[in-house]
Design a protein around this ligand. Sequence first.
Ligand code: SF4
Length: 685
Amino acid sequence: MSKIMERKITTCIYCGCGCGLYLQTDGNRIISSVPSRNHPVSDGSLCVKGWNSFEFENSRERITQPLIRRGGKEGKLEPATWEEAIELVANRFSSFKERYGSDSLAFLSSAKATNEENFLMMKLARAVFGTNNVDHCARLCHASTVTGLALTMGSGAMTNSVEDFDKADCFLVTGSDTTGQHPLIGSRIIRSVLDRGAKLLLFDPRRIRLSKYAHIHAQQRPGTDVAWINGLMHVIIRDGLEAREYIEERTTGYQELKRVVERYEPSYVEGITGIPAKVLEEAAHIYAGTRKAMIVFAMGITQHTTGVNNVKSLANLAMLTGHVGFPAMGVNPLRGQNNVQGACDVGGLPDVYSGYQKVENPEARKKFMKAWEVDYLPDKTGLTLTEIFQNACRGKIRGIYVMGENPALSDPNLNHLCGCLKRTEFLVVQDLFYTETAEYADVILPAASFAEKDGTFTNTERRVQRVRKVMEPVGNSLPDWKIISMVAKAAGYHQMDYKDPSQIMDEIASVTPIYGGISYDRLEPFGLQWPCPDKNHPGTPYLHKDRFTRGKGRFLPAEYQPPAEEPDAEYPFVLTTGRTYWHYHTGTMTRRTSVLAREIPENYVEINPADAEAMNLKNGEMVSVSSRRGSIKVKAKVTEYVGEGLVFIPFHFAESPANILTLQDTDPEAKIPALKVCAVKIEKA
Ligand code: SF4
């Protein structure tokens, strides 16, 4: 038997919990993954994805060499040298810039890549090619959170720490299948309910694992969140449960909030949401009456055309009851991917540089021009992810550079999206695997996995932590940060010459106040939570202590608006999409991991037994699910996890992609698509 050569601590590649784990290697092969016993999040545990995070790296399906499509769009992808591939990318992008202007280009950074790599991607877009068209899949998950919480409180991040889940006495959880998507946080909620008697108020259209532990499980109709949140606030104000002193001292806009929620009487709300008036009343009293109460939410709240209003309403509720700015009390968006928080923090967004410094602010531009030694940076907000593809369809975007993202499976209305990818004149895909998006690529650049490079990820509680190289990159693959630097150099920009990622972090710290005190030596043993403005700052476990980041918290009341598409006679079911416990995002890694692939090998649609009976449908039968945008075939899973009239399909599976069906209508402020609600019909296949 071979000997274990090395064991290094790193950060899990999957969800935003950011568990600490040891990867053990034998030669250039990872052979196991085990939890860190003292880590503040994992605390000696991992979920099934973390335990199995060591297999996909050595998959035979890894891309190990650059590929160039020769013979035009219909031609074949053929092996190329790094020099040839990099030169081609730099030349094509430079020539588009010259002929059609900088805004004919777009760049997708990645919630899976490190902070350092995301910082370089936005530097490449802005400093080298002169465009703010840079975005990533945060647009599809928590764009509403970033906008809604920034407007109300001044910071778009989770207010508390993961360890606060062991201290809170009440959890209002909505739109988050927490045990499935953030398993280590989900288990803390269950532990608090069982061991300490904490109350769980669950608002979710589906029955989920947490339902069993909930004091109240209110199953609202999908897309009616503003109504029930306003209903809670109506009861709180009507019954005098609001935090008067807190409102007076720390907030503005209360009178307007009071006026708006006045008509959301519980019986009126019941008509919209289906939540019984009595249940709403009880939930309002428990939440307002418990001092240590935390709101927890995820994409069931954000992925709507009213996503920003949903988030603002949750912020209003927390401020109304004085439940923000203290340990174990706050508003906690659970970020989905390992580094979606960090990718936003370091500027992988079209309107901000790192640290959420606006590109439209002349002072911020001046600062970055000086740091990056350029005499021009664009001053207008760039295009969002959804706008980038729409503009590619219209021929306005000519070149797109995609790092570690798979829009051909993760984005809504895929038939339309794939048409846009096909029409993109020059598409670069940088990834570990030949993804669905890579099928449309003109150049594929092989990237190293998280185990093959150094860097940092920032987890959902704003903890910046180290990622460590435990093996050499597979084949000729390279870390994303090296590839981006090579492209920059080939395009004639020489201020991206780093020996290692710690130098990139030093640059991030020098221009980013919230990361100002962060350097690799300070990240031992378990990272630092931003804001960490200087070298002596210990990091910040909870936000808005004494005052909100924006000064005073601002109530921004919203009226209920129905979803963009509702069921009708032709499409009578409401479809909601999401993830499973066993798989992650578009399945590029988990579907190449034997244990996970064995558990859930194929897609399914959850349908209520009453609906199945009406259609004479048996569990396991194939059905065709169709919306106005397309159709897929999947197995029916007859289950009470969904109510009558509601169906659920995970979006991990390329053979039957749920996003063929979804809507591309977006929230007007955050431009997040309405992935959580659309109308479908179901027929026996
Ligand atoms: Fe990884 Fe999330 Fe599981 Fe922790 S809970 S092991 S971070 S997938």
